[in-house]
Design a protein around this ligand. Structure first.
Ligand code: HEM
Length: 492
């Protein structure tokens, strides 16, 4: 054999050994000499297979994963999702910063980007925080008490008209009926009478496609070329055309209506600039998206629980009787506000089934949290930070028998959500980005249920519904069949 080849391969081997030795020494030096990170990082979920294990578990069902890891790792832990790290903060002891932090520390824009193709350009998560704050001011103004009073009259009218079409007795899918009624009501109060009276079928079909285009996978890949996303994009374009036409014809006719569309058309930025048609459309989609399914899901859960809990069913009926004695059959904003028992029954359904199961932020600065056991963790900047109303609302150290439907837990004297401190009840989020539509949602659900309680008797004839974890706005799985009988609630 040629000795020069032997020499060459010896040289290569020696070089390889030298390189390996250098790497080992460098690693040893770095471990011994370099300052160790003083960060107390949260424990991590080491899911198998590496890299994608966390993602697979997350996509299989985030709440199943949370339940498992909360008991394994505690209230603060990190999950690796491909190249991202998500740190979960579960419970009021560790989630206060999540809710209170300024935008410069924890922001929504990056993590809620997946809403952009649905809401459209130039609004909410497609704009800087300063503009978004102004747009949320438009929401706040459109949902002030004086506006809500007008919306309530429309809600009551819609409920009366809708249920007038039911027979004396019958069997219906309560979930479908309430979804339908809430689309009608939201259309009237938010989108305006043009949509409600003339374009209802077209617009609700388009919104259906928008909703179906928001899947768990859309959070990570909002532009993935899948049929659901394609239908979403088509629907968004058609909705923009419809609202463009409505706004233009209102402006041309110099007509002003009492609805959210009008509020957004009349809104002005601080520098005096009026909103554009495209912004108005985007904000309305955001409003409908935030408020429609969340409210209809909550109405359905409220009904399902009342029908299975005679104690609370008779408590809400008694309350209606008292209010009829006091005010007659009239229902308005102030009378709805007196329905405390019904309020607690809705709030409890919403504690058990918050439709937004996961809230997210992007962290831009390191911060620390202390668990109730006294352990301190540093969450590095760059992590996505998450909390889960669906999981946090059922923590046994906050709620007694957390899986039991017990609206009295919110009664004076108990008030379990308040006793445990801020951010113990997070179905509407809280702090800096707490829901702006909470009063609207309660009024709408109360308007529907007070009408039903006053005019019908019900019996649940399908099994108690299961949770549909597959949707982004998590709701009720399958039908909720009820048998109804028309009757006036006997007052004496
Ligand atoms: C039962 C019904 C509803 C539920 C459960 C609900 C839940 C929530 C939650 C959890 C958040 C916080 C999101 C976060 O922190 O990342 C939120 C924010 C928001 N909600 Fe609602 N919502 C409901 C109804 C409505 C309605 C009816 C509207 C408007 C018509 C609305 C408009 C908003 C807006 C504009 C925000 C953003 C606030 C901000 O970021 O400053 N919501 N909602």
């Amino acid at each position: 054999m040629d000795s020069s080849i032997d020499d060459d391969s010896n040289k290569l081997m020696n070089m390889g050994l030298l390189l390996l030795a250098t790497l080992v020494v460098a690693k040893l030096i770095s471990v011994l000499v370099m300052p160790r990170s003083t960060k107390r990082l949260p424990p991590s979920l080491n899911a198998w297979p590496p890299l994608v294990g966390g993602l697979i578990q997350f996509l299989k069902g985030p709440i199943v994963m949370l339940r498992k890891e909360y008991s394994n790792l505690g209230s603060v832990f990190t999950v690796n999702l491909l190249h991202k790290k998500i740190t979960f903060l579960i419970g009021p002891e560790v989630s206060a910063h999540f809710f209170k932090a300024p935008e410069a520390d924890l922001s929504q824009q990056e993590v809620y980007q997946f809403n952009v193709p649905t809401f459209g350009p130039g609004v909410v998560f497609d704009v800087d925080y300063s503009i978004r704050q102004e747009q949320f001011r438009f929401f706040t103004e459109a949902l002030r008490v004086n506006k809500l009073k007008g919306y309530v009259d429309q809600m009551v009218m819609e409920a009366e008209e809708y249920f007038a079409k039911w027979g004396e007795t019958g069997e219906v899918d309560l979930k479908y009926e309430l979804e339908h009624l809430i689309i009608l009501t939201a259309s009237r109060c938010l989108l305006g009478q043009e949509v409600r009276n003339q374009l209802f079928d077209d617009v609700s079909a388009l919104f259906h496609d928008l909703d179906n285009g928001m899947l768990p996978i859309s959070v990570l890949f909002p532009y993935l070329p899948i049929p659901a996303h394609r239908r979403r994009d088509e629907a968004r374009k058609k909705i923009a055309q419809i609202f463009g036409n409505i706004i233009a014809s209102r402006k041309q006719a110099g007509k002003a209506e009492h609805d959210m569309l009008q509020c957004f058309v009349d809104s002005k930025y601080k520098d005096g600039r009026p909103t554009t048609e495209s912004e108005v459309t985007g904000l309305l989609i955001a409003a409908l998206f935030a408020g429609q399914h969340t409210s209809s899901i909550t109405s359905t859960w409220t009904g399902a629980y009342l029908l299975c809990n005679p104690k609370y069913m008779s408590a809400v009926q008694e309350e209606q009787k008292d209010l009829i004695k006091k005010h007659g059959t009239k229902v308005d904003h102030d009378i709805l506000s007196e329905m405390e028992v019904l309020y607690r029954c809705i709030k409890e359904a919403l504690r058990l089934h918050p439709p937004l199961i996961m809230l997210l932020r992007q962290s831009h600065n390191d911060f620390s949290v202390k668990t109730k056991e006294g352990k301190e963790y540093d969450i590095p900047k760059g992590h996505i930070v998450a909390t889960s109303p669906a999981f946090a609302n059922r923590l046994p150290h906050i709620y007694k028998d957390p899986d039991t439907y017990d609206p009295d837990r919110f009664s004076p004297g108990r008030e379990e959500d308040k006793a445990a401190g801020a951010f113990s009840y997070v179905s509407f989020g809280g702090g800096r980005h707490g829901c702006l539509g909470e009063p609207f949602a309660y009024l709408q659900i109360k308007a529907i249920w007070s009408h039903l309680l006053r005019n019908f008797e019900f019996e649940l004839i399908s099994p108690f519904p299961e949770i549909d974890w597959n949707a982004m706005v998590v709701g009720v799985k399958g039908k909720v069949m009820v048998r109804y009988k028309r009757r006036a609630l006997p007052v004496e």
